[in-house]
Design a protein around this ligand. Structure first.
Ligand code: PLP
Length: 387
């Protein structure tokens, strides 16, 4: 039996040629292809600066550091996300707290955010940064989050790991119109891939310089940024404690080639998602609702079923070769985070969501025949299993 994964990368012959060309050229590690990818990302999104890295996790870490997140600070993120959205603040010694999701969009709920901020102001414990996550590729209500950031004085990092190619109010996600920094992931399951990789977008040249420095050991080779005047040609300076979070030119070449195909990828995903949604409406199955101001990049397609029958439906689909998945267990329920004793009563929508969610297959090369099979088996599972 042929298995149908929930996500699959599309690597073309042209992608492969782009990579092999780099293998025969002068630079393997960060070199001209990384610079070229950064320019292409800036041009695509409209953000002034782009800093490519070896993963979105690294980019989130450096975004926190660049915005001054440190020991004793507080960072908030969405309760339903990949753990890296929270871990990045922990790397900086900060404490993490979570915001409940919106029942319909599965994104950070701005009403809960406001309530939590008002409460935090009374307790004199406001977050230094908030990290909204564009779940499944659907942009969050960024305008409201931005307004709240002005009112309550916090920084905003968009975790757009799912959302390259999505738009919000007519602008591309990554333009940073309503945030300080936006982070993309190029992990193999995401919308475009470099194998492993990520990037941080920003309109601030100070933040971009900081991200570049921290990406490579805190070292600069720019004479005009150095402490020493008239440095000799061999000289470089480590000015702060940084990391090795560089992307390779091999990865950047793949990323550049994939970026050229992004529009087509998103178009295929959107068509498949629309077809799913119209069929599921007939079946009475709930899925992620799209708000008027967004165009999602459809990294994930999540349906919600009755909590009592979710695991059974999940197993039925898996046993028929539909490799469904679950995105995500609320981060505060991960054993590592349980030690911090979050009040689960604060997250009723996240609690309900994770008991009902199933991620079903969606990727650009998925055929109508594949999709029909998924639809047929989901229908069968519901009919067989639901009361
Ligand atoms: C995949 C993902 C990340 C981490 O991306 P990497 O490139 O694998 O480090 C962070 N946040 C979210 C929401 C993700 O889905």
């Amino acid at each position: 039996m042929k298995e149908l994964p929930y996500a699959r990368q599309s690597v073309s012959r042209r992608d492969i040629r782009a990579v092999t060309r780099v293998l025969k050229a002068d630079y393997l590690t960060q070199g001209p292809k990384v610079t070229e990818l950064e320019s292409a990302l800036s041009e695509f999104t409209g953000a002034r600066h782009s800093v490519a890295m070896n993963s979105a996790t690294s980019a989130l870490h450096l975004a926190c550091l660049a915005l001054g997140v440190g020991q004793g600070d507080l960072v908030w993120t969405s309760s339903i996300s990949f753990v890296a959205s929270a871990n990045c603040a922990k790397f900086c010694g900060a404490d993490v707290d979570f915001v409940d999701i919106d029942e319909r969009t599965f994104n950070m709920c701005t009403k809960s955010l406001r309530r939590k901020l008002e409460n935090a102001r009374q307790l004199r414990r406001l977050p230094k940064a908030v990290i909204p996550v564009h779940f499944g590729g659907q942009p969050c209500d960024m305008k409201t989050i931005y307004d709240l950031s002005r009112e309550f004085g916090f920084k905003v990092i968009e975790d757009a790991s799912h959302a390259i190619g999505a738009s919000y109010l007519g602008n591309k996600v990554g333009a940073c119109e309503f945030s300080d920094i936006t982070v993309f992931s190029f992990h193999a399951v995401k919308v475009i891939t470099t194998g492993e990789g990520g990037a941080a977008m920003t309109n601030s040249s100070q933040l971009a310089d900081k991200l570049r420095s921290l990406r490579s050991h805190g070292i600069t080779r720019e004479p005009n940024l150095m402490n020493r005047v008239n440095p000799p040609a061999w000289y470089y300076e480590q000015q702060e404690l940084g990391f090795n979070y560089r992307m390779t030119d091999i990865q950047a070449a793949l990323g550049l080639s994939q970026l050229k195909r992004l529009r087509v990828f998103v178009e295929s995903r959107r068509k498949l998602a629309q077809r799913y949604s119209s069929k599921f409406r007939v079946l009475g199955v709930r899925s992620q609702e799209q708000t008027a101001e967004v165009l999602s990049s459809w990294h994930l397609y999540v349906i919600r079923v009755e909590a009592d029958s979710r695991d059974e439906i999940f197993e039925f689909l898996r046993s028929h070769g539909i490799l469904v998945n679950m995105h995500y267990l609320p981060i505060y329920r991960q054993p590592y985070y349980e030690q911090f004793n979050y009040d689960l009563g604060e997250f009723p929508n996240a609690e309900k969501y994770y008991r009902e969610a199933i991620t079903i297959p969606l990727f650009p090369a998925m055929s109508t025949k594949n999709q029909n099979l998924v639809l047929k088996l989901v229908g069968k599972a519901l009919f067989r299993i639901e009361p």
